[in-house]
Design a binder for this molecule. Structure first.
Ligand code: ACM
Length: 269
């Protein structure tokens, strides 16, 4: 038997370099949906996106536990009995990662480091060095991936094969395809996906990036359950039954995972 959970995204415009301002927005937006069991914030939501060099990243980076972002989400998670996922620049020793953290109401947390870095991110961050994994949350079993990971379907597949019911997908999208592609990530894995994108523009290194908004929650059968506009702040939520993602039969005779033929997939690795 399933049970209903409220899940969603908080789409907003972070300010570059202003961690305390951005965390104040995170608190304000989280309090607009205190009933959410799971709320996802964008990629690099605490720092803004277009950081110029590693010194700038280092100035706004923090560890996966114990920094201002963790403390903010920890307080919110306890107050609202919610799980939260947020993208932030992570400092681990000397290494910088484009990461997201999950914080649960019981105080447990998990961290994911973006594996597939996009464009100039390769000059600022190390690629993620940990395999994607699935975590318990207040809304069911959640796997995390970040933004450009979407164009490598292996990421979502790996999470689905590990039992993820929901993919949390903090993003700063600038290309035009992701929101439509997440329809496929949902259907091909029979899984809920929550893409939390940002809005606004940044122009700091001789290029103008405009982020595409349109954050969305997509169901295992491809319905868009809620979608934000392209250029306005919004906390969007949907009521789902996470157990719907455990039904992997596509037809009476086709099981999404059992019908795979990995013996022919060796060329993938
Ligand atoms: C992206 O990965 N931020 C496009």
């Amino acid at each position: 038997m399933g049970s209903q959970r409220t899940v969603g995204f908080a789409q907003f415009e972070p300010r570059i370099g202003e961690v305390m301002y951005n965390l104040a927005q995170v608190r304000r937006l989280a309090m607009q949906a205190p009933q959410a069991d799971l709320l996802i914030f964008p990629e690099l939501a605490t720092s803004g996106y277009e950081l110029i060099d590693k010194d700038e990243v280092r100035a706004v980076a923090e560890p996966a536990r114990g920094g201002p972002t963790f403390e903010t989400l920890h307080d919110l998670a306890i107050a609202n009995k919610s799980s939260y996922v947020i993208g932030y620049p992570e400092l681990d020793g000397d290494a910088l990662f484009n990461s997201c953290m999950l914080v649960n109401p019981d105080g447990s947390s998990a961290n994911y480091r973006k594996i597939h870095l996009f464009s100039r991110e390769k000059e600022l961050f190390s690629p993620g060095n940990l395999p994607p994994s699935v975590q318990k949350t207040a809304a069911g079993l959640v796997g995390m991936m970040i933004c450009f990971d979407w164009i490598f379907p292996e990421t979502a597949r790996l999470l689905a094969l590990q039992g993820a019911q929901i993919i949390a997908h903090p993003s700063n999208l600038v290309l035009q395809w992701c929101q439509r592609a997440m329809f496929a990530r949902s259907v091909e894995n029979r899984i809920f996906t929550i893409t939390a994108n940002r809005i606004g523009s940044e122009e700091r290194v001789g290029r103008r990036l405009t982020f595409t908004g349109a954050s969305q929650v997509t169901s295992p059968t491809g319905e868009t359950l809620v979608q934000a506009p392209e250029a306005a702040e919004l906390v969007g939520t949907a009521v789902i039954d996470p157990d719907d993602a455990d039904r992997k039969w596509v037809t009476e005779l086709n099981h999404l995972f059992e019908d795979r033929h990995p013996e022919y997939y060796t060329g993938l690795v």
